[in-house]
Design a protein around this ligand. Structure first.
Ligand code: SF4
Length: 146
């Protein structure tokens, strides 16, 4: 039987490498998030929605960029264009239920995220995801791009 993971025992410190933004996957948008992103970019809400969001399986999600990266990823800086107002799903990574299932899952995710296992104890600026949200946001981007 797998041991339940203790969040307070985890090391994580984001090094802002952008790998999680370049992975193939889905970023679901919670209510109001697209409006915040649009305002941050100086766009009318409808324009932000048209440029950056789409519906997938009934959910509002961010579009993919031309190389499968998140549409809001900026290759020239290797940064998120809207980092201060990024979606909750991104804020909570890697503290997702699917990753917190076990120490093995956490270590496996560490092969994709170089911030895992580094730095200070636990939770960065994220709030750990609690049960009940599993499945909404748990489709990580595959690590297809360098
Ligand atoms: S892959 Fe990990 S270390 Fe790199 S930007 Fe994403 S969260 Fe930060």
């Amino acid at each position: 039987m797998t041991e339940p993971i203790k969040i307070e025992s985890l090391l994580f410190s984001c090094i802002q490498c952008g790998r999680c933004c370049r992975r193939n996957g889905i970023v679901a948008l919670a209510p109001g998030e697209m409006e915040k992103i649009s305002a941050f970019l100086g766009l009318p809400p409808d324009e932000g929605l048209r440029r950056y969001a789409t519906k997938r399986e009934g959910r509002l999600v961010l579009r993919d960029g031309p190389r499968g990266e998140c549409v809001l990823y900026e290759w020239t800086t290797a940064r998120c264009k809207v980092y201060p107002v990024r979606p909750e799903q991104c804020r909570k990574y890697p503290f997702w239920p699917s990753i917190l299932q076990s120490r093995e899952k956490w270590e496996e995710e560490g092969k994709r995220c170089p911030g895992i296992g580094k730095g200070k104890l636990s939770v960065s600026d994220t709030t750990p995801v609690v049960s009940g949200e599993e499945g909404r946001n748990d489709l990580p981007r595959n690590d297809l791009k360098p």
